[in-house]
Write a new protein. Structure first.
Ligand SMILES: Nc1ncnc2c1ncn2[C@@H]1O[C@H](COP(=O)(O)OP(=O)(O)OP(=O)(O)O)[C@@H](O)[C@H]1O
Ligand SMILES: [Mg+2]
Lengths: 239, 404
């Protein structure tokens, strides 16, 4: 472990239904992520991508093993501590149902800052910057239902960024998008990765999305079957 | 933030929220109009009954209520009167010297209840002046008597005839007196109409050989609704030599009638509220099922479960309270109208009412308690109904919620 280490996963397993028909959704995984990575998690359906991301994000507890984020073993946190840890350290982008339907795009982003207790003046400036960063500076007051799927996912990225997290986890963020919107979302993510050094870990099935990653981890039956660096190493990247 | 979210969520499924609110609205309007009528009618009934004779509160020497004789009378001292008048909640007071006697004229004799009264203050307490149907009301200096119509008829007497009263004086002496009839009174209740005789207190004291004595002090509270508290205060202030009784204790039958009637309408309202509670609960369950993913997402993002539970609580309280507020608003003009222009009863019913000296009206009441009680009931329902969704939210697992 060194200064650049963000996530350390030791010996993590997740077994569903241990008493009836056990399913090894994640099987004895060791992984190490560093600041500034742009990593894709790939593998066939049911290979454990979502489960692994949920465990890294503290949404699900592993049956075994440790998840150490920035030196904190999140598997030892109490439920409320864990919620607060997520709020302060981890950004999430989900496949769908990302946004709160009754809040405008601006308010959705601001929501995270409100939960964090950021002052009003700071919130306004930050939300404006974040919305500009994802190219939606002109859609601030629009409700999610009036946004396209791609725009919604961009708001979700902007929101994930708002809390100034250690890294952003995205589970199939492009699964519901057409290829243009998917490419556009990847552009924005790559740019944030490049310009601000934001760490992204995303799962995907999409070959064109995989192409953009700098590191590709392949899962099969809950095991890591390959882990390779591709393309140009990012600054601070491991490879 | 949570409040704002809850409020906006309410308008998400506009129709459903409106239906839920409308059901609360209906129940509240119905409940308010119903209890307003009930309170109005009972207040009038009590006022009528109480103003017939008893007053809201009476003070006697201890034991008088069970044994109404002159031996249980007390001295009408200034200090006693001052103590009572200075008790908070007491508006006015009037003394009486009551005794049973035989009234006769010529051959005819009839038992009667004779009350020596202070004409001015008695009228304030029981509005007796308004019951005079012929002749004149009493004054402090008059030596005439007022006789209730029924009694006068039996004795075949009229105004300015002479009435003979035979009773037992203070020391067991025989009290006999001849009194000119100054006026006749009409009472709705036959019981009263057939036996009441009034004369000035001083005249009665002389007749009964009981100078300075009284059997009863009729107390008029400033606010009839708080006569209970006033009674309690009087009990504390006065020595055990005196007993203080409320109209409920003096007329337990009426009180019982009111209580059973109130209880039965409370049951009707309870059933009504139960029905709408089921409706709202169904709405809440649908909402819960539909929003599983969203709740999971909110918790995943870092919203505390307690915050989420609070949001759910606000949502159901908003539905019920908004319905309630609108219900109160809608019922205000209805109740106001019915209070100021009470429904008049017509036909045979009216005659029965008038016979008993009641005004033949069906009044409503604008007492604030009618309104806030419904608000409290509805708030409690809202809080209660949100218990289940709150528990659900507190035990929600974000991963499972988002998978669903
Ligand atoms: N709550 C659960 N209970 C039981 N089994 C589960 C549960 N969640 C996931 N699984 C199982 O664990 C395995 C891994 O699932 P997971 O959702 O992580 O796969 P995935 O790689 O994300 O698949 P996909 O590409 O379809 O999203 C699968 O076999 C799945 O059926
Ligand atoms: Mg998945």
């Amino acid at each position: 472990m060194n200064d650049a280490t963000v996530i350390d996963i030791h010996n993590v397993s997740k077994i569903y239904n241990p008493d009836t028909i056990p399913v090894h959704a994640v099987n004895n995984v060791h992984l190490h992520f560093e600041r500034g990575e742009f990593t894709a998690l790939v593998g066939p359906s049911g290979s454990g991508k979502t489960t692994l991301l949920n465990i890294i994000g503290g949404l699900d507890a592993p049956s075994e093993g440790q998840v150490i984020i920035n030196g904190t073993d999140i598997t030892s946190l109490k439920p409320n501590q864990l919620i607060n840890f997520r709020l302060q350290n981890i950004g999430f982008v989900f496949q769908s149902y990302n946004l709160i339907p009754v809040l405008s795009a601006r308010e959705n982003v601001e929501f995270i800052l409100l939960l964090q207790g950021v002052s009003k003046a700071q919130r306004e400036q930050r939300v404006q910057d974040l919305m500009n960063a994802v190219g939606l500076g002109d859609k601030m007051e629009v409700r999610p239902a009036q946004l396209s799927g791609g725009q919604q996912q961009r708001v979700a990225v902007s929101r994930a960024l708002a809390s100034k997290p250690q890294f952003i986890l995205a589970d199939e963020p492009t699964a519901n998008l057409d290829s243009r919107s998917a490419a556009n979302l990847l552009d924005i993510m790559a740019q944030l990765n490049h310009d601000e050094g934001m760490t992204f870990i995303f799962s995907t099935h999409d070959a064109r999305v995989i192409e953009r990653a700098r590191r590709v981890i392949t899962l099969e039956d809950g095991r890591v079957v390959s882990d390779k660096a591709v393309g140009v190493p990012t600054k601070g990247g491991r490879v | 933030m949570i409040l704002q979210l809850a409020w906006r969520n309410l308008w998400r499924n506009r129709n459903r929220s409106i239906i839920a609110m409308a059901s609360v609205w209906c129940a509240v309007v119905l409940a308010i109009v119903m209890s307003s009528f009930q309170k109005g009618v009972f207040d009038l009934l009590i006022d009528n009954m109480v103003s017939f004779y008893s007053g809201y509160v009476q003070v006697h020497r201890t034991g008088y209520q069970s044994e109404q004789t002159l031996e249980n009378s007390f001295e009408l001292s200034d200090s006693l009167q001052n103590t009572i008048l200075s008790t908070p909640g007491v508006a006015s007071m009037t003394p009486r010297l009551e005794a049973f006697a035989l009234a006769s004229s010529g051959e005819k004799t009839k038992g009667c209840l004779v009350a020596g009264i202070a004409p001015e203050t008695e009228n304030m307490a029981t509005r007796i002046k308004s019951k005079v149907v012929s002749g004149e009301y009493l004054s402090d200096s008059s030596s005439t008597v007022l006789v209730s119509e029924g009694l006068a008829k039996r004795l075949q007497l009229g105004v300015s005839d002479t009435l003979l009263l035979l009773g037992q004086g203070y020391y067991g002496t025989t009290a006999a007196g001849k009194f000119p009839i100054g006026g006749l009174l009409h009472y709705g209740s036959p019981e009263l109409n057939d036996q009441l005789v009034f004369l000035p207190l001083a005249v009665a004291q002389r007749w009964l050989d009981a100078p300075g004595l009284a059997t009863t002090l009729v107390i008029t509270p400033g606010d009839p609704a708080s006569s209970g508290e006033t009674t309690a205060r009087l009990r504390n202030t006065l020595s055990t030599e005196f007993e203080v009784l409320t109209w409920q204790e003096m007329m337990p039958e009426i009180n019982e009638h009111i209580e059973t009637d109130t209880a039965s309408s409370a049951i009707i309202l309870g059933v009504l509220y139960l029905l709408i509670s089921f409706g709202i609960f169904a709405t809440i369950l649908m909402m819960l099922a539909e929003r599983q993913r969203e709740f999971g997402m909110l918790i995943a993002l870092g919203m505390k479960k307690a915050q989420l539970a609070l949001m759910v609580l606000f949502e159901s309280v908003f539905i019920t309270l908004t319905g309630c507020a609108l219900g109160i608003l809608a019922s205000l003009p209805i109740v106001w109208q019915l209070t100021n222009h009470p429904i008049r009863i017509g036909g045979e019913m009216a005659k029965v009412y008038e016979k008993f000296g009641f005004e033949a009206i069906f009044p409503a009441s604008m007492a604030p308690s009618i309104f806030w009680k419904q608000a409290v009931v509805v708030l409690v329902i809202g809080l209660f109904l949100s218990l289940y969704p709150m528990m659900k939210v507190l035990f929600l697992k974000p991963v499972e919620a988002m998978r669903s």
